[in-house]
Design a binder for this molecule. Sequence first.
Ligand SMILES: C[S@@+](CC[C@H](N)C(=O)[O-])C[C@H]1O[C@@H](n2cnc3c(N)ncnc32)[C@H](O)[C@@H]1O
Length: 324
Amino acid sequence: MKQEPPPTPPLHHRYQRKRLVVFALKKFTKPIAYFILLLITYFLGYLSAPFSTSNKPVVTSRIPLETIPATTFMSSTTRNSAAGTVADHNSFSLQCVDPVSSEKVRQTVLDRVFHGKSPWQNFPPAHVSTFLRQKRIRGWGSTGAVFENLVRRVRPKTIIEVGTFLGASALHMAKLTRQIGIKSQILCIDDFRGWPGFLDKFRDIKMVNGDVLLMHQFMQNVVYANATESVLFMPFSTASALDKLCEWGVFAELIEVDAGHDFHSAWTDINKAYKILRPGGIIFGHDYFTSADNKGVRRAVNLFARLNNLLVELDGQHWVINSS
Ligand SMILES: C[S@@+](CC[C@H](N)C(=O)[O-])C[C@H]1O[C@@H](n2cnc3c(N)ncnc32)[C@H](O)[C@@H]1O
């Protein structure tokens, strides 16, 4: 028997179903497309991500030594790129401008570092004043005979101290120049951070929001010594400050180097400081005999003297190099 075809739904039913399909397509196509796009993106990201889950940096490429252009100094052609870069350690190539007169030294630093305004104006600021002691001085060999010997010998108009801390040696030199009757300007370079852990031994030097008040205490010591007219400071890293002095033409007849005592710090400071030593001037420093960092200071001083054909004199714990 022939089966009867299912009855055709009435026309308005068919029309309603079609509307339902159109509605469903309209409603869900966009989210589905987004979802698929999301899946593809995630999958691609997964494929391109490094497969390591550790924190080690991923080395993406290495530069073969041979492709690094050889720098100067060596004339041989093979494998001299390494030799050239080693020679760079002895190269402090910044050219200093002509020196400004000694009379202009203070103003030059005031203008360049402090926008022409004395840092002692309105000192101390309210937020640190209660933390400062009237005078808090501590140094290391800071009043040794070498200071008087050199101040009398050189009669410096400008003295630069590289590494100042609380100002013990700087203020000793200020006192000496006064006693001897020389008008000197003393420039102290220090970032006034001390060194990691120094507060364990200097618990009375306070910290405000992680900022240790070494610079403010140094400034207070200068005020106490009545030396704000003869002492000025540059609160920066020694290397950057010395380069700037060279760029500004600020030279000195006497330079003391007493900042970082490891070989590389001492080496850099001595080389950069020597550039701004006036002809015939003297550069000197502490800790020639200490065993810190396997006598880093002594090795730096000796190497510097040897490379520049200079003599190292000794005065107590200090080394002294006369440029003339
Ligand atoms: C041994 S203390 C100086 C003592 C001072 N000359 C005295 O006898 O009273 C060393 C000083 O060098 C500073 N210093 C060390 N490395 C430095 C750097 N790279 N830049 C700036 N200052 C630095 C420290 O903040 C510290 O105050």
